[in-house]
Design a binder for this molecule. Structure first.
Ligand code: GLC
Length: 434
C-alpha cells in the first residue's frame, strides 16, 4: 500500500488480457514511434506530420469490436507519447489533435467506443516529451547530438518544474473529463545510476524531475481506485509491474518474496507505433503462446496494436486479433479468473498449466500435441473428470498400463489422447479436480 492509496487490482487479475494502442503522429512516418529521436528529427521537420494528420478512416468502434472479439477486457491508449502530441483537446497545449486537419478529440471517441463494448479504460501518458519547450534535452531527446555547449545553453532556458506542472494539469484533465479511468500507465524513468559521471547529469530523469510524489498524490485524490504502473521511479506507490517484451517464467515477486501484480506488454511485431516495413511479426501461435505463458506465470498480457495514420488496424494486426478471437471463443475459461497452478503440479514438457481457484479446475495447455498419451505428475487420484475444452469431449484417463502401452509412472495420471491433433492452436484440456 502506497502512502496515498492503492489501486483496485482484483478485476485486473481476473480479466488478464488487454489491448495496448499506440497511436500518434508517428503513424505517418510509419518507422517506429521513436523515429523522431532515433533519426534526430528537428521540430520543424516533424511539423509536416502535424500539419497533415487526418485519419479519414478512423474507426474506434471497429478497434473496440476487434478487441472485444479477441477476448480483451480492457485497453490502454497513448494519450500522449514521447513525441508530445496529445490525442485529446487539452487546454494546456496547442500540440493536440484538435488543431490538426482531423480536428476531433480522438480520445473521447476511443474511450466511448471501448466503453460501449464493455472494456475498461486505461490511459498511457508519456513522462518524456520531445516537443514541450521546458523538457530538457537528455539522453533520449532528438537534440542529444548537439555540441555540449549548445545543449547546456538551451537547457538553461528550460524549466522542468514548469513541465511537471504541465503534466499535473494534463493528468487532471484526463482524470476528470473522461469518466472513470481504471489504469494510468506512465512511461518512463531513467534515473541517474549509482556512480555515474557527474558530467553526464544531463542524461537522466527520475522521480525528482517528474515530481512523482506530487503527481501520485493528485492522481489518488482524483481517481482513488485507479491502477498505477511502476515507471514513475517511485516503487512504493506502484500497483503494477510492467515487464516489456519479456517473458518471466515464474510468478514475479518483490524483494521480500511477496507476489506482485504484473502485466507483460508485447507487440505483434517489434514496433509499438505503426511500422509499415517491420518484418518481425509473431505468428498467431506465438501470440497465443504469449498469453498462455504469461497467465500461467500469474501475469496479464497487454497486447499492442499500432493503428495506421488513416485510422484503421492493418491486416497483419487484424489477422492476429482474429486468431485470438478464434482461440478465446473456446478457451477463455482457461484465462479469465486463472493464474498459476498450485506449486505441487508441475506441467510435463511443452505444456503449461493455468488454474482457476474458484472452480478448482486445472487447465493443461498443450503447446505441442503429444503422441497418444501424456503423463501428469502429482495428479494421480486427484482428477474427477477431464475434457477437451474446445468441444467438451471427454478425455480418457488412467493410472495404470494399457495393453502394451507404457505404464503410468508413479504418482502420475495418464491421459489418452487422439493421435491427430484437434483443430486450432494450443488445445486445452480441462481437468476437474476432486
Ligand atoms: C517503451 C518505449 C515506448 C513504448 C513502451 C511500451 O518504454 O519507450 O515506445 O510505448 O515501451 O511499454
Amino acid at each position: 500500500m502506497g502512502k496515498y492509496g492503492k489501486g483496485d487490482t482484483k478485476w485486473f487479475q481476473h480479466d488478464r488480457f488487454g489491448m495496448f494502442i499506440h497511436w500518434g503522429l508517428y503513424s505517418m512516418p510509419a518507422r517506429h514511434e521513436w523515429f523522431k529521436s532515433r533519426s534526430f528529427v528537428r521540430d520543424e521537420d516533424y511539423q509536416i506530420y502535424f500539419d497533415l494528420f487526418n485519419p479519414d478512416l478512423f474507426a474506434p468502434k471497429a478497434w473496440a469490436k476487434s478487441a472485444k472479439a479477441a477476448g480483451m477486457k480492457y485497453f490502454v491508449i497513448t494519450t500522449k507519447h514521447h513525441e508530445g502530441f496529445c490525442l485529446w483537446d487539452s487546454q494546456y497545449t496547442d500540440y493536440k489533435i484538435t488543431n490538426t486537419p482531423f480536428g476531433r478529440d480522438a480520445l473521447r471517441e476511443i474511450v466511448d467506443a471501448f466503453r460501449a463494448e464493455g472494456l475498461r479504460v486505461g490511459l498511457y501518458y508519456s513522462l518524456i516529451d520531445w516537443h514541450h519547450p521546458d523538457f530538457t534535452i537528455d539522453q533520449n531527446h532528438p537534440l542529444r547530438d548537439l555540441p555540449a555547449k549548445e545543449r547546456d545553453k538551451l537547457n538553461a532556458a528550460k524549466d522542468m518544474h514548469r513541465y511537471a506542472q504541465y503534466m499535473r494539469d494534463q493528468v487532471t484533465e484526463l482524470l476528470t473529463q473522461y469518466g472513470k479511468i481504471d489504469i494510468l500507465w506512465f512511461d518512463f524513468s531513467y534515473p541517474k545510476p549509482e556512480g555515474a559521471d557527474p558530467a553526464d547529469d544531463w542524461k537522466w530523469k527520475g522521480k525528482d524531475d517528474w515530481e512523482s510524489e506530487e503527481l501520485v498524490k493528485l492522481i489518488r485524490s482524483l481517481q482513488p481506485g485507479i491502477i498505477l504502473d511502476n515507471r514513475l521511479n517511485l516503487p512504493d506507490e506502484a500497483d503494477l509491474t510492467t515487464p516489456e517484451q519479456y517473458l518471466p517464467s515464474q510468478p514475479m515477486v518483490d524483494a521480500d518474496g511477496k507476489p506482485l501484480v504484473w502485466e507483460g506488454c508485447h507487440t505483434f511485431s517489434g514496433s509499438w507505433g505503426y511500422h509499415r516495413d517491420e518484418t518481425t511479426w509473431k505468428t498467431p501461435k506465438q501470440c497465443i503462446d504469449l498469453l498462455v505463458n504469461l497467465v500461467s506465470a500469474g501475469g496479464n498480457l497487454l497486447m499492442n496494436v499500432g493503428p495506421t495514420s488513416r485510422g484503421y488496424l492493418d491486416y497483419r494486426a487484424e489477422e492476429r486479433l482474429a486468431a485470438y478471437a478464434e482461440w478465446m471463443k473456446f478457451n477463455s475459461r482457461s484465462i479469465y479468473g486463472c493464474g498459476p497452478a498450485p506449486a505441487e503440479f508441475v506441467p510435463p514438457q511443452d505444456c503449461r498449466y493455468t488454474y482457476d481457484p474458484e472452480t478448482k479446475r486445472l487447465y493443461l495447455h498443450l503447446l505441442v500435441w503429444p503422441f497418444k498419451s501424456i503423463h501428469l505428475p502429482g495428479l494421480a487420484g486427484k482428477v474427477k473428470y477431464a475434457q477437451l475444452l474446445q468441444d467438451g469431449s471427454e478425455i480418457l484417463r488412467r493410472e495404470g498400463a494399457l495393453h502394451l502401452a507404457a505404464t503410468t509412472p508413479e504418482g502420475c495420471l495418464t491421459l489418452d489422447l487422439p493421435v491427430p491433433p484437434p483443430p486450432g492452436i494450443n488445445p486445452v484440456i480441462e481437468l476437474f479436480l476432486k
